[in-house]
Design a protein around this ligand. Structure first.
Ligand SMILES: Nc1ncnc2c1ncn2[C@@H]1O[C@H](COP(=O)(O)OP(=O)(O)OP(=O)(O)O)[C@@H](O)[C@H]1O
Ligand SMILES: [Mg+2]
Length: 275
């Protein structure tokens, strides 16, 4: 009878891991403004498997941030459905299934770096001692140990982004939602942080599923397993491009000819999107 007890668990586990980390189906979103209706999303389907990194690219204003906010349960779609490991966004949020880093670092100005990173741990009810240990780990991993006591305005843009990323990672969520995490940075700092994120993701076991919004095509190719290209507003999926670069990836893969070809392919898809 041992088998009879074990088997359902094994099957349940398999079913769970086969479930997409993020499943977005037919999501539509309209905003009412003083000057009329703005349609941001028009039936968007996006799937991210457990452990997969998917980049979301598309023209400015097409609805990328809107989609991320809907996945995070911060906004409601007008139509369509979102599931994270089979859970509705609000439940996934309650169960700490995802971490999010917003387009602007969105740190709390009155909290120092350590206290910003500790925020999700506080909300999840961690004890002060457990929080301190985890925050110290994250600060060290992000190269921020010396900046623990500094307020956001005392940190450089790159450091603020590192704090935001550490905060998103604090509860080791199985899903990471990253909205242009490096867009506010100069080219060199940005490339450095891309490399750091690549290394970081390779060290997390099991690897989280990542949905990364960017309009930097080279960044999408460097970091993602697959790139979903959205059209102009109202956004629809124009194309999906598989990034067949081997993992683990080193940041210098960005200089490979194959990376350049993929970037050119993405650019061609975006250019094909005319009114
Ligand atoms: N709360 C809101 N009320 C009204 N309109 C909104 C609201 N939020 C977003 N929009 C509009 O919806 C569209 C999509 O916005 P969104 O921020 O999702 O675009 P985006 O793709 O993230 O752009 P960017 O690349 O510039 O960050 C835009 O036209 C924007 O003006
Ligand atoms: Mg945006």
């Amino acid at each position: 009878m041992v088998i009879a007890i074990d088997e359902p668990n094994a099957i349940q586990r398999a079913a769970l891991s086969a479930q997409p980390a993020i499943d977005v189906r037919g999501v539509t979103k309209r905003y009412q403004t003083r000057t009329g209706t703005v349609q941001a999303l028009a039936g968007v389907d996006v799937m991210v498997a457990a452990g997969e990194v998917v980049a979301l690219v598309g023209p400015s204003g097409c609805g990328k941030s809107t989609l991320l906010r809907i996945i995070a349960g911060l906004e409601q779609p007008d139509a369509g459905e979102v599931r994270l490991f089979g859970l509705a966004p609000t439940q996934a949020r309650r169960e700490h299934r995802f971490g999010i880093a917003f387009q602007a670092a969105a740190l709390l100005e009155w909290r120092d770096a350590a206290a910003n990173i500790a925020l999700p741990l506080e909300l999840a009810g961690w004890s002060p001692a457990a929080r301190a240990k985890r925050v110290a780990e994250l600060l060290a991993r992000m190269g921020l140990s010396d900046a623990a006591g500094r307020l956001p305005r005392q940190l450089s843009g790159g450091m603020q982004q590192r704090v935001a990323l550490a905060r998103a990672l604090a509860l080791a969520p199985p899903v990471l939602l990253l909205d242009e995490p490096f867009s506010a940075l100069d080219e060199l700092t940005r490339e450095q942080l891309q490399g750091e994120l690549l290394d970081l993701l390779a060290t997390i076991d099991p690897a989280p599923a990542v949905l990364l919004v960017t309009h930097n095509l080279a960044e999408a190719v460097l970091l993602a397993d697959r790139v979903v290209v959205l059209s102009r507003r109202p956004a629809q999926v124009l194309a999906e491009v598989t990034v067949d670069l081997p993992r683990p990836r080193r940041a210098d893969v960005r200089d490979d000819e194959h990376s350049h070809r993929l970037v050119a392919e993405l650019r061609a898809v975006l250019r094909s999107d005319r009114y």
